[in-house]
Design a protein around this ligand. Structure first.
Ligand SMILES: *Cc1c(COP(=O)(O)O)cnc(C)c1O
Length: 417
């Protein structure tokens, strides 16, 4: 019996995982020497590829100076520098950075921050969130409560989770009117609106337009709700700008970041608040303080990795690379539109998606892709590519060709069911 209990996995029936012995550039190297092009940047984290020398030397240096120190009552140069740089690159006055070690915790902190924002101002009962169908915000309890309500992932926990206010992202004028009406009816119990800006990632890689996001922001402002943008998946260049909110010219009140933040080196995340949110916690009373503090928050090695990652965004042409990835994926995948069982093809930055008409058997397709020298892991009803931004043209071709072949294979595969 295995000792490692693996993620999202029926351990009795799942295929054994492949063992990776090293990583190199944009590839994973398996035990038998097979090299797989990492088509999903290890869950959208490795934006500079694996083992970038600048990343390695930054973390190595930090390792010898100070691998860890607690942040309660102490601080250190790496965390101060990182907070300052994050404040600088985040839109508007998103200047106050609360560090944590995973995206789920960053979301928990955002929810807690939003609820206490109202409490500290003497407003009672505003402790629920409007969230969206197809969203994914993490696997901790608070985060689960604002994920897609019908998602199989968290279905067992309905009675255990807080009841929230999930809605479909409005598209038409009528839907927006209905949405605003719903907001209006529930303002006394809502602390805020939580959205993954432009790309709902793990919930099926659904996209919405900057205009839709902008209107949701407008409605949040009109009815005095906090807007929380969960940029854990979209942040750090994935959608073509540093943050997806920027594309829509949106400045959320609270922003969650994670995944790509350390360039895929170490776990680090953060909840970033605007000035007025931060100010609601300033007073002479201890009980107005934010009572949160993950043990490893602001870990110096993780901060060193995040700082090194920001150096690379400054010194290497990452966002141009993302634009090139988008152009290549669109050229290679767009011809699949109209193919049997294909429902949609969509590309934004370094997220390229082919949505099909059925739920995909993940084990089957992972094996299919490994046989073709690529590491891709379809989710729900989508094949998708989310490569490191440093991906080479030939590697990206291999990834796209594998997806094209998979879609053509889909028809005969479906017949065997
Ligand atoms: C992955 C993800 C999370 C959770 O992050 P973890 O680091 O896995 O806890 C939260 N929100 C979004 C949008 C994500 O994609």
């Amino acid at each position: 019996m295995p000792n490692v209990w693996r993620p999202y996995c029926q351990m009795q029936t799942a295929k054994l995982p492949r063992t990776v012995v090293s990583t190199e550039g944009n590839c994973l190297v398996l035990e038998d020497g097979t090299r797989l092009v990492d088509g999903i940047s290890c869950w959208w984290t490795t934006c500079h590829g694996h083992r970038h020398p600048h990343m390695i030397s930054a973390v190595e240096q930090q390792l010898h100076v100070m691998p860890h120190v607690m942040l309660g009552g102490l601080t250190h140069p790496q965390v101060e520098r990182l907070a300052e740089r994050i404040a600088k690159i985040c839109p508007g006055d998103l200047d106050h950075v609360f560090f944590s070690d995973s995206g789920s915790v960053a979301v928990e902190v955002a929810m807690k921050m939003a609820v206490q924002f109202w409490i500290n101002q003497g407003v009672r009962g505003r402790d629920r969130f409007l969230s969206f169908v197809d969203s994914y915000h993490g696997d901790t309890t608070g985060a689960m409560s604002i994920c897609d309500p019908n998602d199989g992932m968290h279905a067992h926990f309905k009675g255990f989770l807080l009841e929230q206010y999930p809605r479909a992202i409005p598209v038409s004028e009528e839907e927006f009117a209905e949405f605003e009406h719903f907001v209006l009816q529930n303002t006394e119990c809502l602390a805020g609106i939580v959205i993954e800006p432009l790309v709902q990632a793990a919930g099926g890689l659904r996209f919405h337009t900057p205009q839709q996001l902008k209107r949701i922001e407008f409605i949040a402002r009109a009815h005095n709700l906090l807007l929380i943008c969960d940029e854990v998946a979209t942040g750090f260049g994935r959608t073509g700008k540093m943050f997806a909110s920027e594309i829509a010219d949106v400045v959320p009140d609270i922003m969650c970041i994670g995944k790509g933040m350390s360039g895929g080196m170490l776990g680090i995340a953060a909840t970033v608040a605007r000035r007025h949110v931060f100010d609601a916690f300033q007073s002479q009373r201890d009980e107005d303080a934010l009572m949160h503090g993950p043990t490893f928050m602001g870990n110096p090695m993780a901060c060193a990795a995040a700082n090194a990652s920001l150096d690379l965004f400054e010194n290497e042409p990452r966002l141009n690379q993302v634009a090139e990835i988008a152009a290549t994926c669109l050229r290679k995948l767009e011809p699949l539109r109209g193919a049997p069982h294909v429902r949609d093809v969509r590309v934004l930055g370094a997220f390229a998606v082919v949505e099909v008409e059925c739920v995909l058997d993940q084990d089957y397709w992972m094996t299919f892709f490994v046989e073709r020298g690529v590491w891709l892991r379809p989710t729900r009803d989508v094949f998708y590519i989310a490569p490191p931004f440093t991906i080479q043209a030939a590697e990206l071709d291999t990834l796209c060709d594998a997806v094209v072949e998979a879609v053509h294979r889909l028809e005969s595969h479906l017949k065997t069911f």
